[in-house]
Design a protein around this ligand. Structure first.
Ligand code: NOJ
Length: 449
C-alpha cells in the first residue's frame, strides 16, 4: 500500500490511573478512582482490582520508554494525574508530581518520542468531587489553573495537549449510570450539565495553555457512536452522517462526539437534541456560549462502529459476527467514515487518539505472546483509515491503545489491550507479536500494510 503522509504521528496511548500505580506516593492526593476501587462494602470493579500498583509505570517509566524506542514509537499519549500535581485539585502544588512528569517527558524527548498530554483522563481529585465534581462550575477555574501549571512546567517540551479524554464516559458512566467513578446516577439533565461544564473547562484550559505558549496545539479526545454506510452510495453516506450526529437516535445522545464538539465548535446543540437536553439548554446563561473555545485538532477514540442503511436504520449483524475479547464488534469500516464525517462537520485536523482491541492474551509454551487477532484488527483498521486520508481528510496521527496491558476500569485487569504483555505478579513486560508488527508499520510509514 502507498505510504501514510509524511510526518504522520505513529504512537501509543495510555492514562495515569490505568498504568502508573504509586497511588499514594510522593505526595499524591486521592482521586475518585482510588476511592471507587477502595470503597468498602461495594464492588464496582471486577475481581476488586485496583490501580494501586497497576503497571507501576511511576517507577518503571525508563524501561517502558526504552521499549517504546525499540519499537519505533514516535509519540506517547499519556495523561497527567491531577491529584499527583495538585493533591486537592485547587490548592498547593506537589513539586514531586511535576518532577515525575517532567522526567517522563525528558526521557521521551531524549528517545525521539513526542509526548502528547491528556490533562483529564477521569481521575478527578477526591477533594473536588466532594465539592460536586463536574457539576460544580468552580471546577472550570480549577481546571484552567491546573492546565496552566502543567503547561508552564513543560513549556517548550510538550507541543500537543488534549484537555479531556472521552467526556462521554466521564459524564454518562460517572454521573448517569454510575458504572464508573464517582458512581453517581443522576438525571439526563444533570448529565447534560456535566457536559456543558466540561466544555467550559476545556475552553478555560485552552486559553490557559495558549497563554503559556500560543504555538502549542490543544485538542480533546472524545468518543461516541460512529456510523458507516451499508454500501458506499451517496445516499447511504448521508444517512450514516446524519445518524452519527443524531441526538435523538435510539442509541441515545450521550455517546455522540457532537454532544461535546458542537458546543465548542458550533456553539449550539444539534436540532435533534431530545427533550432533556433541550430543557437543560434553556437554563444556560447566553454568556457561556461566548466562553466556548475551539480545538486545534479533534482527537477521536474509536474502536467499533454501527452499520446503517439508507434511512439511518441499524443493520443487524449476522450470527457469529467477529468480536473482540470485550465483545466489541470488529468493524474496520468505521475508521474510514468517522474521519470523513467528523471532518465534514467540523473542518478540523484529526488525530486518532485511541484504537485497538482486547484479546485473551497469555504467555505461550514458547515464552512468547502471540496475538494474531490484534494484528489483523489493527491492519484492517489502518487500511480503512488510509481511505479517509486518501479522500483528503487531514489525519495527523494514529495512537494505538495501548502500549502496555493496563487497568481497564470496571473490567479491571481482565481485558488486555496492550501490544506489550504485563505480568501483574512481577511487573515483567513481554512485547507481543503485535509490537514487532507495529514497529514494522511505523518503520515503513504504513507502506508494509
Ligand atoms: C477508552 C478510554 O479512554 C480508555 O481509558 C480505555 O481503556 C479504552 N478506551 C479501552 O476501553
Amino acid at each position: 500500500m502507498s505510504k501514510f503522509p509524511e510526518n504522520f504521528i505513529w504512537g501509543v496511548a495510555c492514562a495515569s490511573y490505568q498504568c502508573e500505580g504509586a497511588w499514594n506516593e510522593d505526595g499524591k492526593g486521592p482521586n475518585i478512582w482510588d476511592d471507587f476501587c477502595h470503597e468498602q462494602g461495594r464492588q464496582h470493579v471486577k475481581n476488586r482490582d485496583t490501580g494501586d500498583t497497576a503497571c507501576d509505570v511511576y517507577h518503571r517509566y525508563r524501561e517502558d520508554v526504552a521499549l517504546m524506542k525499540r519499537h519505533n514509537i514516535k509519540a506517547y499519549r499519556f495523561s497527567v494525574s491531577w491529584a499527583r500535581v495538585i493533591p486537592d485539585g485547587d490548592g498547593e502544588v506537589n513539586e514531586k508530581g511535576l518532577q515525575f512528569y517532567e522526567a517522563l517527558v525528558d526521557e521521551l524527548l531524549a528517545s525521539g518520542i513526542e509526548p502528547m498530554i491528556t490533562l483529564y483522563h477521569w481521575d478527578l481529585p477526591s477533594a473536588l468531587q466532594d465539592k460536586g465534581g463536574w457539576l460544580n462550575r468552580d471546577i472550570v477555574a480549577a481546571f484552567g489553573r491546573y492546565a496552566s501549571i502543567v503547561a508552564r512546567r513543560l513549556k517548550g517540551k510538550v507541543r500537543k495537549y488534549m484537555t479531556l479524554n472521552e467526556p462521554q464516559c466521564a459524564a454518562f458512566l460517572g454521573y448517569g449510570n454510575g458504572e464508573h467513578a464517582p458512581g453517581w446516577k443522576l438525571s439526563e439533565e444533570k448529565v447534560a450539565q456535566v457536559f456543558h461544564i466540561m466544555c467550559l473547562a476545556h475552553s478555560e484550559a485552552y486559553r490557559a495553555i495558549k497563554a503559556v505558549d500560543p504555538e502549542t496545539m490543544v485538542g480533546a479526545a472524545p468518543c461516541g457512536r460512529q456510523c458507516y454506510p451499508e454500501t458506499d452510495t451517496p445516499e447511504n453516506r448521508e444517512a450514516a452522517y446524519r445518524e452519527t450526529f443524531n441526538l435523538s437516535s435510539v442509541q441515545g445522545w450521550a455517546f455522540t462526539t457532537n454532544i461535546f464538539l458542537d458546543s465548542l465548535l458550533l456553539k449550539k446543540y444539534d436540532e435533534s437534541a431530545p427533550a432533556a437536553v433541550r430543557r437543560f439548554a434553556r437554563t444556560i446563561d447566553p454568556a457561556d456560549w461566548e466562553k466556548m473555545e475551539t480545538l486545534d485538532f479533534i482527537g477521536i477514540n474509536v474502536y467499533n462502529g454501527d452499520m446503517v442503511d439508507s434511512k439511518g436504520g441499524y443493520v443487524p449483524r449476522y450470527p457469529g459476527f467477529p468480536l473482540t475479547a470485550t465483545k466489541w464488534k470488529v468493524s474496520p469500516e468505521v475508521m474510514h467514515y468517522c474521519v470523513v464525517n467528523n471532518y465534514r462537520r467540523y473542518g478540523k485536523p484529526i488525530v486518532i487518539t485511541e484504537n485497538g482491541q482486547s484479546c485473551n492474551d497469555r504467555v505461550f509454551l514458547d515464552g512468547k505472546v502471540h496475538d494474531p487477532e490484534r494484528i489483523d484488527f489493527l491492519h484492517r483498521y489502518l487500511l480503512e483509515l488510509k481511505k479517509g486520508i486518501d479522500e483528503g481528510v487531514p489525519v495527523l496521527g494514529y495512537l494505538q491503545w495501548s502500549f502496555l496491558d493496563n487497568f481497564e476500569w470496571a473490567q479491571g485487569y481482565d481485558e488486555r489491550f496492550g501490544i506489550v504483555y504485563v505480568d501483574y505478579r512481577t511487573g515483567e513486560r513481554i512485547p507481543k507479536d503485535s509490537a514487532a508488527w507495529y514497529a514494522k508499520v511505523i518503520e515503513t510509514n504504513g507502506g508494509c500494510l
